[in-house]
Design a protein around this ligand. Structure first.
Ligand code: NAD
Length: 499
């Protein structure tokens, strides 16, 4: 069994708290390693190393900092297969999906190569007589990030790449479910030329998170995970005077209009609903067909597709559509919610209960489920299931479907399938959700745009990656300067406009 470590000041260090969490292979159900859970004294060591290294890193010119990111991209591509394998082994997702996880992180690293341009300040010549005014974007100091299990490569990179290229040191507290890839990423960053102490990986659970939230040296906290924890971290981090952004859970809808291409819509629902076993914050978990006839036709197309889904271990290569869920507890929670759906009267058209895979009976596999005739009061609609379960609510009109999606507490992503430009335009303007797909099922914005939901899916002012990340990881300083030859007046007592 592998004993994992922390990565502090350029070294793999063993945990000293005496607390560990098991790391499973979700396909077999076996414990394949254990990860140390840091206490506050271990966090202190990482923060001290980060604080000592950060000023020299911030003084490195932005083009040289960007070159480290450029080299890091090369190393990610070199090690893509190795990273994907390690990721699948702990998370369970298929190898192509794991490579996609690395790739979507890598794209944000590529964006960060533009740091010299993105970090340029503003300058106003002659803002007043002999007066120039300019602003600069400076690093915050030591930043921290707390990440979820479902994208163990992408989400850490979304945080640490912009933070580091802006001149900060970064402490990553990854999910304790799949910590190997974050440790590998830290090693690769240093191979790319990052000085020791600028990236640290401190593994742990609530204890490590609280140590981050209460540490006076840490200036900012980024979090991605479930909404109750997002609310907790946002509240405690802000109360401690930190800059905080938290991204939470989701319940993403797809509205299917009667004029939509229903084959395209059904294919999209299969990929977006069941890909990665539904363990994506941008997964579509609710289908809202408009009109009974659309609903009937959609069901006819969905049922055979869902029944044909291939579920298996990542070692089966391209032969599987999705793998196991991350833990036995996650599997139990999903099946409990499915049971509640049946009890509350939803119509289970494809029943994945009792699914078992020969040779992998102890793995955390969940068969695909498809519900019809779901109503908004049911738990399977109100709660995030985070599993391979698609719920269908039949709606009578576009307005009814729009109203339903708008009144849900989450607002991460949503899709509309239609051929009608007027409906699409109306939808994009009125919907209160952060990321919108028009005939696109998983509208994850690319690296140079920003990623973030609305309502209970996000807390804080700025989104992830794109220009917002450069705002989140820097603070602006504005300088007004005048040289002795330009100073004409004596003392000034009134607050007056610039001449
Ligand atoms: P989680 O909230 O259980 O854990 C996320 C992080 O918080 C982990 O690092 C974990 O160690 C830590 N944590 C857990 N319990 C804690 C506690 N009581 N106090 C302090 N820290 C704690 O989430 P998860 O199960 O790892 O990930 C799945 C969730 O993440 C889903 O809700 C999903 O929608 C969400 N997610 C959201 C986005 C987004 O961008 N909005 C992206 C990916 C995942």
């Amino acid at each position: 069994m592998q004993e994992l470590t922390h990565y502090i000041n350029g070294e793999h260090v063993k945990g000293t708290s005496g607390r560990f969490a098991d790391v499973f292979n979700p396909a077999t159900g076996e414990v394949q390693g254990r990860v140390p859970l840091a206490d506050a004294s271990e966090m202190d060591k990482a923060v001290a190393a980060a604080a000592a290294a950060q000023p020299a890193w911030a003084a490195v010119n932005p083009q040289r900092r960007a070159r480290v990111m450029m080299a890091f991209v090369g190393l990610l591509n070199r090690d893509m297969d190795k990273l994907a394998e390690a990721l699948s082994r702990e998370h369970g997702k298929t190898l192509p999906d794991a490579a996609g996880d690395v790739q979507r992180g890598l794209e944000v690293v590529e964006y960060c190569i533009g740091a010299p341009e993105l970090l340029k300040g503003d300058f106003t010549d002659s803002a007043g007589p002999g007066i120039d005014m300019y602003s600069m974007k400076q690093a915050l100091g030591v930043c921290a990030g707390i990440t979820p299990f479902n994208f163990p490569a992408m989400i850490p990179m979304w945080m640490f790449a912009p933070a580091i290229v802006c001149g900060n040191a970064f402490i990553l507290k990854p999910s304790e479910r799949d910590p190997s890839v974050p440790l590998m990423l830290a090693e690769l960053l240093e191979e790319a030329g990052l000085p020791k102490g600028i990236i640290q990986v401190v593994n742990g659970d609530k204890g490590a998170v609280d140590a981050i939230l209460d540490h006076p040296v840490i200036q900012s906290v980024g979090f991605v995970g479930s909404t109750p924890i997002a609310e907790y971290i946002y509240g405690r981090g802000c109360a401690n005077g930190k800059r905080v952004q938290c991204f939470g859970g989701a319940k993403n809808h797809m509205i299917i209009m009667p004029d939509a291409d229903l084959d395209q819509a059904a294919d999209a629902l299969i990929g977006a609903g069941y890909g990665a076993a539904g363990e994506r914050c941008m997964a579509i978990s609710v289908a809202l067909p408009v009109g009974e006839e659309t609903a009937d036709r959609l069901m006819d197309k969905l049922i055979p597709r869902v029944e044909a889904l291939k579920v298996g271990p990542y070692t089966s290569g391209n032969d599987v559509d999705y793998g196991p869920v991350v833990t036995a507890a996650a599997k139990e929670n999903i099946l409990k919610l499915v049971e509640s759906g049946v009890e509350q009267g939803a119509n289970l058209r494809v029943d994945g209960r009792g699914f078992s895979l020969q040779g992998y009976e102890d793995g955390f596999f969940v068969g695909p489920h498809l519900f019809d005739n779901v109503t908004p009061d049911m738990d399977i609609y109100k709660k995030e299931i985070f599993g391979p379960v698609l719920s269908t609510i039949r709606t009578g009109s576009y307005e009814e479907a729009l109203g339903l999606a708008m009144s849900h507490e989450y607002g991460n992503g949503i899709a509309l399938y239609t051929r009608d430009g007027d409906t699409a335009r109306d939808f994009a303007h009125r919907i209160n959700v952060g990321m919108i797909g028009i005939n696109v099922p998983i509208p994850v914005p690319l690296a140079y745009h920003t990623f973030g939901g609305w309502k209970k899916s996000a807390f804080g002012d700025l989104n992830q990656h794109g220009p917002d990340a450069f705002k989140f990881y820097t603070r602006t300083k504005t300088i007004t300067s005048r040289w002795p030859s330009g100073i004409k007046d004596g003392g000034e007592f009134n607050f007056k406009p610039m001449e």
